[in-house]
Ligand binder design. Structure first.
Ligand code: SAM
Length: 278
């Protein structure tokens, strides 16, 4: 029987966020697939654990992934960890999970630290509907295409960004969404210098142009205001009345329903529809 791949989150800055289940899982597996074994070794030392590790990172997803897959298929349990946060979210783990799913190897997620969830929750932006956009591409054309596709996005948008690219990204976001769009810059979450700056894109772009940013950031950008539906015309009403008539409704009932759906004057629509039917 195949083993299980456990997705084990690690702290994004605060060691106090290691839950008992995280420790138990790391203690119980026979193997850890780590993004950077040096980073994970420090964590294991802190937890007084010794475990065999294999390296699984962006540049060896094929060979590293195959190695992990074979050991899982041979019945070993494996924990996948990234340098920080939840593995497989903007991390190479995504491919390993897909391969396990394809090979019908059980995948068990352990809940825990995740930068995007903490940022969204604390952002003060609407959380009912959101879209996680990860990192913007470095390549200018792909970056432009990504931002253009978000121009009318009404859901709250979440971006990851490295500090040395933050100023340029804020400028691009300002050019796309306008300087008045609210943004929450969530910096150094769970760390000593944690900061949540709720401002506008224009103000944030100006601020970080002058003050080089330090630390890790998640940007939570307010969605676009919904565009008002264009008002329906009496011609739209006639088209809908015609369609409803084809389902067998009387002229009076078809007009009543069309007028209600399109917020039109029933009497005006009725007079016009009657004149067309004569
Ligand atoms: N898989 C991880 C997760 O979702 O928690 C994120 C990995 S991603 C490679 C790294 C990015 O997460 C950083 O560039 C930053 O945008 C964000 N991040 C990680 N730790 C953070 C922290 N303590 N505060 C703010 N953002 C953080």
């Amino acid at each position: 029987m195949a083993g299980t791949l456990y997705l084990v989150p690690t702290p994004i800055g605060n060691l106090g966020d290691i839950s008992p289940r995280i420790v138990n899982t790391l203690a119980q597996v026979s193997l850890i697939a780590a993004e950077d074994t040096r980073v994970t070794r420090k964590l294991l030392n802190y937890l007084n654990l010794k475990k065999p590790m294999v390296s699984y990172h962006r540049h060896n997803t094929e060979t590293g992934g195959q190695q992990v897959l074979e050991r899982l298929l041979a019945g070993e349990d494996c924990a996948l960890v990234s340098d920080a946060g939840t593995p497989a979210v903007s991390d190479p783990g995504e491919e390993l999970v897909a391969r396990c799913a394809q090979a019908e190897i059980p995948v068990v997620p352990i809940p825990g630290p995740c930068a995007l969830v903490s940022a969204l929750a604390a952002s003060g932006q609407p959380t009912g509907r959101f879209t996680f956009e990860g990192f913007l591409a470095m390549n200018k054309k792909n970056r432009r295409a990504h931002l253009d596709a978000l121009r009318n996005e009404e859901r709250t948008m979440i971006f990851y960004e490295a500090p040395h690219k933050l100023a340029a990204t804020l400028q691009d976001l300002t050019a796309t969404f306008g300087p008045d769009r609210p943004v929450s810059l969530c910096r150094e979450l769970t760390k000593l210098h944690e900061e949540i700056r709720r401002t506008t894109l224009g103000q944030a772009a100006a601020f970080y142009q002058e003050n080089p940013p330090k630390g890790e950031f998640v940007l939570v950008v307010h969605g676009a205001e919904p565009r008002p539906e264009p008002e329906a015309t009496l011609e739209d009403g006639l088209v809908l009345t015609g369609r409803l008539r084809e389902t067998g409704l009387s002229l009076r009932d078809a007009v009543r329903q069309a007028a209600r759906e399109l917020h039109l004057s029933r009497s005006k629509l009725y007079d016009l529809a009657l004149a067309r039917e004569r």
